[in-house]
Write a protein that binds this ligand. Structure first.
Ligand code: HAM
Length: 411
């Protein structure tokens, strides 16, 4: 995906806000490779999910090993923790990442084949306080970004002790209408009936509406966990809806699942999705380590910010543009901007050898806050007129005091 220079300020703004909010919650950044062994996602995300069955970019390398461009980050983070011996570190481990992901989906507004996520993962806590904290982080970030039109949907999809009875109830329900299901869902009936609940086909999703609800089949531990989460959210003043149709499209989830859904951004309205995955670390060869996390799609955040009327900051121009006249002035301009840059001041000068008129046009175009014309006369006197582009006022200033003058305007 191309992100053009005129749009990059928006991305920086979101990334910087995400980093800042994550830091206030005590999260550290983790980075990991863009592609991993295909088996990681087959085992981690689940062989019967759409992501694994239809959406992965998979290739073999020169040694005929199968690799896949990461369709998400959670399995990668778990792999990294296990491989680097981090599963016995002080708990909880609280991590975030900003990554590109790849899924072979039909592109549309808010959905692309390469997309970007801000993701978080917490390891080493089974407590619903962790789920509530993550939801609070997501909620805080959305509000810091000025996104007003979202609603939080939560659900619990149980654990290995209550899931089998729920699976049976689902199997029973869908078996009665097997003939109407799409071909993929017919095969899911035996392998993973829960996946039928998020089939995109209108017929399957219509049938799924009347299916048994996970929350009606929770064991006492899962019920207590879910009730506690709701109490914590109430205590935090974070509004939510219990939505039994949120089951999430990835297989690793246990207990809590949640989504933040934005109004006014089209069909791809889930700006954030996540949940608990207490079995994944051991499933991928690590110890039993409860975990929970979420990921937000950056392009969907941008759409939601636009729908909320957020004025997104633009790329800033330099503080000073120096327009030299003649060879001596060009060399002097170059040395002045270099010394200003060393002091942290964004300064530019002509590097194309344009006419003075063209230089001034350029300075205007790049939104320089101040401009300064430098000729032989100015160099001789060591003084020049600096022009404030906002009000066209001019001030005569010593060339070696430029940094002091501009210091007031930094930032
Ligand atoms: P996910 O729901 O598959 O979950 O993706 C998370 C978010 O990524 C979505 O809510 C959406 O905003 C964005 N997203 C997904 N696919 C696309 C796409 N094709 N184009 C644009 N944006 C997209 C996960 O990926 C889990 N790993 C989240 C998680 C972390 N669960 C626990 N920890």
């Amino acid at each position: 995906m191309d992100i053009l220079p005129e749009d990059v300020a928006t991305w920086h703004y979101i990334e910087n806000t995400a980093r800042r909010v994550a830091k206030t919650f005590g999260f550290n950044e983790i980075r990991f490779p863009t592609f991993e062994s295909t088996e990681l996602f087959q085992r981690g995300v689940g062989g019967t999910t759409d992501v694994v069955q239809k959406e992965m970019y998979t290739f073999t390398d020169r040694e005929n090993r199968s690799f896949t461009l990461r369709p998400e980050g959670t399995a990668c983070v778990v792999r990294s923790l296990i491989e680097n011996g981090k599963c016995s570190d002080t708990m909880p481990i609280k991590l975030y990442y900003l990554i590109n992901c790849f899924r072979y989906e039909k592109p549309q507004a808010g959905r692309s084949r390469e997309f970007f996520q801000f993701g978080t993962e917490v390891f080493g806590s089974a407590s619903p306080l962790t789920d509530a904290t993550l939801i609070s982080l997501g909620h805080t970030l959305l509000s810091e970004l000025g996104i007003k039109n979202t609603s939080l949907h939560i659900n619990s999809i149980g654990c290995p002790s209550c899931r089998p009875a729920y699976r049976d109830a689902l199997k029973h329900y869908f078996a009665d209408r097997k003939d109407e299901l799409c071909e993929t869902c017919k095969s899911r009936l035996d392998t993973n009936p829960l996946r039928i609940l998020d089939c995109k086909s209108p017929i399957c999703s219509g049938i799924a509406k009347g299916a048994p609800k996970t929350v009606e089949h929770l064991c006492p531990d899962c019920q207590n966990h879910f009730d506690a989460l709701k109490r914590y959210l109430d205590a935090e003043g974070i509004p939510y809806t219990v939505n039994p149709s949120i089951v999430r499209g990835l297989d690793y989830y246990t207990r809590t699942v949640f989504e933040f859904i934005a109004d006014g951004i089209g069909a791809q309205s889930t700006v954030c999705g996540g949940g608990r995955y207490d079995g994944l670390v051991s499933e991928l060869g690590g110890p039993k380590l409860p975990a929970c996390g979420f990921a937000m799609g950056i392009t969907r955040l941008i759409l939601a910010m636009e729908a909320s009327g957020v004025v997104i900051p633009k790329n800033e121009g330099p503080l000073l543009y120096i327009a030299p006249l003649g060879d001596a002035a060009r060399a002097k301009a170059l040395s002045i901007v270099t010394s200003l840059r060393k002091k942290g001041i964004a300064a530019e000068c002509d590097i194309v050898e344009r006419s003075l008129k063209a230089q001034m046009k350029y300075a205007d175009k790049i939104s320089a806050k101040f401009t300064l014309m430098l000729g032989d006369n100015e160099i001789e006197r060591g003084m020049a007129n600096i022009k404030n582009m906002a009000d066209s006022s001019q001030t005569e200033i010593a060339l070696d005091a430029l940094d002091e003058y501009l210091a007031d305007y930094i930032g």
